[in-house]
Structure formats: structure tokens, C-alpha cells
Design a protein around this ligand. Structure first.
Ligand code: HEC
Length: 133
């Protein structure tokens, strides 16, 4: 019985799924520490509290939209650092990428609060969210 138990534990420790779960915890801690989750949900929700649109796009929706877009990893990392706004894009012709789907028009810059390495880690994780359920 003891042997069986250790065999099970060994299998668990080596299962790739467990490694992913650990990483999710780390990544979600980063997201929590930097306030991302105040505006973003992980999973798509049709609407925010009281039927209002959520402030920012759900991260699974981001994955669906950008997963196959070339250079998305770098573009989105840069967007987290600079923000997504007319100032960030240096253009008055800026348009929200999520117009009509979210209530927030802009995302503020996170340059002063998050390192680019952490932002890139978040993006890698976000883009991998669009795995089949
Ligand atoms: C104050 C609210 C707010 C916070 C805090 C916030 N976001 Fe956003 N985020 C938004 C909004 C609103 C958008 C949609 C802007 C747009 O249309 O490009 C957005 C868009 C994004 C996008 C996609 C940009 C695009 O071009 O489609 C990514 C990636 C993102 N956020 C990641 C993050 C991460 C990671 C954090 C934490 C470090 C974070 N956000 C914190 C509101 C926020």
C-alpha cells in the first residue's frame, strides 16, 4: 500500500498538468499583485456585475483573438507596459480593440509597476489559455 501511494505521488509530481497548475498559481499571483484582475477576468463572462460590461477583455478571449496572430507575444507585452490608449499609440486615431465588448476604453500603462519579464510571463500564460476545455 505504501509502495502504491509513493508510486501515485511520483506520477503526480511528474504529470505535466501539475506543472501547469503550479505555474498558474505563480502567474495569477503576479496578476493579482499588479492589479490586473481588478479589470480582467480569466474566463469570458457575458457581463460584469449587474449586467454591466466588464472593464477589460477576459483573458481567454484575448487568447482566442491573438493566439494565431504573428508577434502577439511581443505586441501584447509592450501594450501592458505602455498601456492601450491614444497616448500609448501616439495617435488620436486610436480605437479600442474591444469596443462594444468592454466598458473600459483604455488600459493604463503598467511600466511603473511591473517588469517587462513579468509582463511577458503573463502574456505567455494568457495566450496558452485558448486550449480546448
Ligand atoms: C484599469 C483597468 C485595467 C487594468 C488594471 C489592466 N487592464 Fe488590461 N485592459 C484594460 C482594458 C479596458 C483593455 C482594452 C483596451 C483596448 O481596447 O485595447 C485592456 C486590454 C488588455 C490587453 C489586450 C490589448 C489589446 O491590444 O487588445 C492585455 C494583453 C491586457 N489588457 C493585459 C493586462 C495585464 C497583464 C494587466 C496587469 C498587469 C492589465 N491588463 C491590467 C483594462 C485594464
Amino acid at each position: 500500500m505504501k509502495l502504491l501511494l509513493s508510486a501515485c505521488l511520483l506520477t503526480l509530481a511528474w504529470a505535466p498538468g501539475i506543472a501547469f497548475a503550479d505555474d498558474a498559481v505563480t502567474v495569477l499571483t503576479i496578476a493579482q499583485d499588479h492589479g490586473c484582475l481588478a479589470c480582467h477576468a480569466i474566463d469570458g463572462q457575458p457581463s460584469g456585475a449587474l449586467g454591466a460590461l466588464p472593464v477589460g477583455p477576459a483573458w481567454r478571449d484575448l487568447a482566442r483573438r491573438y493566439k494565431s496572430v504573428k508577434g502577439a507575444q511581443q505586441t501584447l507585452t509592450t501594450k501592458i507596459m505602455t498601456g492601450s490608449s491614444p497616448e500609448a499609440s501616439r495617435s488620436t486615431a486610436y480605437e479600442s480593440h474591444w469596443s462594444g465588448q468592454v466598458s473600459g476604453e483604455f488600459m493604463p500603462s503598467h511600466r511603473s509597476s511591473i517588469s517587462e519579464v513579468e509582463a511577458a510571463r503573463l502574456v505567455t500564460w494568457i495566450l496558452a489559455l485558448d486550449l480546448p476545455n
